[in-house]
Design a protein. Structure first.
Length: 255
C-alpha cells in the first residue's frame, strides 16, 4: 500500500472514529522511513483542509519505554491548531475512539532551533501541558512503524501559563520537577520531569534533530512524565508541574 492510500485510511479512521486493525497496514518493523512518509501525507491532508501547523510532539522519551519497545531512538509527530484546547477549555471526545491523557512539559521557541543548536538558548517559555492521545488502531495495538504513520497517536493538547526560563534559573532547572495528573480532583498518576530523557532539554534537542529546523513560535511537547490514563467524557483533568503551575481541560460529548 502506498503512503497516500494508507494516510487516507488513517485519516478516515480518525474522522469517522472507527479504528483500523493493527497489522493490516503493510508496514514492516523496518519501515520507519516509509512510516514517516505516511505521516507526512496524513498531516498534509489535514493542512489541505485549513489546519495550521503549531508544533511537534515526541514519543518514547522514557528510556524504560524505549527498552520495552526495542527501539534506540525517539519518534515524533506533528501538532496543528485544530488539536489545541485552551487552558480550562472543553474537549469534545465524541469524535475520538479511545482517548487517553498524559501530563507533559511544553516548550515555546523564541528563536529558530536547528539540528545541533543550543536548545536552552532557543526557549522563550515553558509550561505544564496535557496531551490527549487516541490511536487509530483497534485496542491501541500497533507496531512501531504503524504508530509513526498514525502521527504518534496525536489527538489534542493543552498548555498552561508560559513561564520564562529566567524565572526558574534557566531551562536547565527543569530536570527534576514533580508532576501530578488529577482526574476529577483525584490523583491518577504522579511522576517527575526526569522521566523525560532525564532532562526535558534533551527531548527538545532531539525534536530539532528529528524534525528541525524548528521555527520561532513552535510548541514542542517534550514527552510524557507519567503513564497515560483513559479519558472518559465528563471528566475534569488537571496536570500540575512544580514551579510551573497547572493546566486544565474538561471532556464532553457534543453529539
Amino acid at each position: 500500500m502506498n503512503s497516500t492510500a494508507l494516510a487516507e485510511r488513517l485519516d478516515a479512521a480518525a474522522r469517522d472514529a472507527r479504528p483500523l486493525p493493527g497489522g493490516t497496514t503493510g508496514l514492516t518493523d523496518a519501515d520507519t522511513g516509509a512510516a514517516y512518509a505516511v505521516q507526512r501525507a496524513l498531516v498534509a491532508l489535514r493542512l489541505s483542509r485549513g489546519e495550521r501547523p503549531t508544533g511537534v510532539k515526541l514519543g518514547f522519551t522514557s528510556l524504560a519505554k524505549m527498552r520495552q519497545m526495542g527501539v534506540a531512538d525517539l519518534i515524533h509527530g506533528r501538532l496543528t491548531d485544530r488539536m489545541e484546547v485552551p487552558d480550562g477549555g472543553r474537549l469534545d471526545t465524541s469524535g475520538l475512539i479511545h482517548p487517553r491523557v498524559e501530563p507533559e512539559l511544553a516548550f515555546l521557541l523564541g528563536a529558530e532551533l536547528a539540528p545541533g543548536g543550543d536548545p536552552a538558548a532557543a526557549v522563550a517559555g515553558v509550561a505544564p501541558a496535557l496531551e490527549v492521545i487516541d490511536s487509530r488502531y483497534d485496542g491501541f495495538r500497533f507496531s512501531l512503524p504503524e504508530v509513526i504513520a498514525d502521527n504518534t497517536s496525536a489527538a489534542a493538547y493543552a498548555t498552561g501559563p508560559w513561564t520564562r526560563p529566567e524565572a526558574l534559573g534557566g531551562p536547565r532547572a527543569l530536570a527534576n520537577l514533580g508532576v501530578v495528573l488529577e482526574l476529577d480532583g483525584r490523583p491518577a498518576e504522579t511522576g517527575s520531569t526526569a522521566a523525560i530523557l532525564g532532562d526535558p532539554l534533551r527531548a527538545l534537542a532531539a525534536a530539532a534533530r528529528l524534525a528541525g529546523p524548528l521555527p520561532a513560535g513552535t510548541v514542542v511537547l517534550a514527552g510524557a512524565a507519567t503513564a497515560a490514563v483513559p479519558l472518559p467524557p465528563g471528566t475534569h483533568v488537571r496536570a500540575t508541574v512544580a514551579r510551573l503551575g497547572a493546566v486544565r481541560l474538561t471532556t464532553e460529548e457534543a453529539r
